[in-house]
Ligand binder design. Structure first.
Ligand code: FE2
Length: 369
């Protein structure tokens, strides 16, 4: 009877592997198909043995909650026994006290809780809150089970993709770490550049995929230094012109290493162009503003900032506030203005941002001079 609706539900969910997208579509469509006043999707966190959910309350606020898998909440009970749980009078049930306030405020009907299971593994729980005065019939429950089975397949696919992404990040981080075996400075530097790049990318509100590309690209940004001779990489003094010319080739060498991996073009280009500048004075390609990918522009700011605050054998690192001001001074020439704005806003949220500290420091420098 519901064949077409079940197929359509599957088509809707399979159109994406992004969990947030699946969650949003599934919750909206289940609410409509099952004629419910509210639907929540809980995901099972195996490590913590908890059920996690993010929903929007009646005032439009995002509410996150975490429940243990035990017998003392409706969702926890469903997960604990991995079985469908039909609650005809939720308000009379002791577990009602564990419901979030926005649910308790709803004009409540029956509750129907269904485990999301794939291949015997618990993935989560779907909680549906029926319309006041209406009942879930046996037919409704059978229909809901079929829908939830489809949803379980999609959630599993999304989890597998997420795992592949995480493994990519780990492999790339390990490759990035390989360079630290030759040059300990580069190792610590890579980790910090990844951190600052992520900070900027978040301020730019990049999509989850773009954020992942930035993280992977930052982890690999100096991978090409593997091809730079040790006497240059480990030199405890500033490089001379000839050595610097060789060092400048590391983005090109990095590209030669990564170009054989298909499907990571965004990651590769972020690494390949991280020393390019909007004024065309970057290296090794001398690209101009508008030609440099955003990911590379982000790494460029993060990389330069960290290089300035790091102490090297031949010079002391600058205080973060001084390096911050230096970044701001080079907008439009060395760095893109959009990225510097994002860096500025992210930096101001860190403990490194101390405007008074800079004033004191400049006064001391002037006094000393
Ligand atoms: Fe570099």
């Amino acid at each position: 009877m519901h064949d077409e609706e079940i197929l359509e539900f599957g088509r809707l969910l399979f159109s994406s592997l992004d969990f947030k997208h699946i969650q949003k579509k599934a919750v909206g469509r289940l609410k409509k198909l099952l004629n419910c006043s509210h639907v929540s999707l809980y995901t099972y966190d195996q490590k913590k043995a908890t059920l996690e959910t993010s929903t929007t309350d009646t005032k439009g606020h995002e509410v996150h909650s975490s429940l243990p898998v035990d017998e003392f909440s409706f969702a926890g009970y469903c997960a604990h026994f991995s079985a469908i749980f039909h609650v005809k009078s939720p308000k009379d049930d002791i577990r009602f006290a564990r419901e979030p306030e926005y649910i308790r405020e709803l004009d409540l009907g029956e509750f129907l809780l269904m485990p999301l299971v794939f291949n015997g593994d618990l993935l989560g729980v779907i909680k549906t809150v029926g319309v006041a005065g209406a009942n879930f019939s046996e037919t409704d429950i059978e229909f809901a089970k079929l829908l939830v089975d489809q949803l379980a397949i999609c959630v599993q696919n999304s989890k597998l993709l997420q795992k592949v992404h995480e493994q990519f990040v780990q492999i790339f981080a390990a490759m990035g770490d390989a360079i630290s075996k030759k040059d300990p400075y580069t190792g610590g530097h890579t980790k910090r550049v990844s951190m600052f790049s992520e900070m900027i990318a978040k301020e730019l509100h990049l999509s989850p995929q773009e954020l992942l590309d930035v993280r992977m690209s930052a982890a690999l940004h100096d991978i090409g230094k593997i091809g730079v001779p040790d006497y240059i990489l480990q030199k405890k003094a500033p490089l001379n012109d000839e050595e610097f010319q060789i060092m400048k080739e590391h983005p090109r060498i990095g590209f030669e290493i990564l170009q054989h991996i298909e499907g990571i073009e965004a990651v590769t280009s972020g690494m390949r162009f991280h020393h390019e500048r909007p004024d065309g004075k970057g290296y090794p390609y001398g690209m101009k503003e508008g030609e440099i990918p955003l990911c590379a522009q982000i790494i460029s700011v993060a990389d330069t900032f960290d290089a300035m605050i790091s102490t090297r054998p031949y010079r002391k690192g600058l205080p973060p506030m001084v390096a911050f001001e230096e970044i701001l001074k080079n907008v439009g020439t060395q760095f893109s203005s959009v990225v510097v704005e994002a860096f500025k806003s992210g930096f101001k949220k860190t403990s490194m941002y101390r405007p008074d500290g800079l004033t004191n420091l400049m006064t001391n420098i002037k006094k000393a001079g």
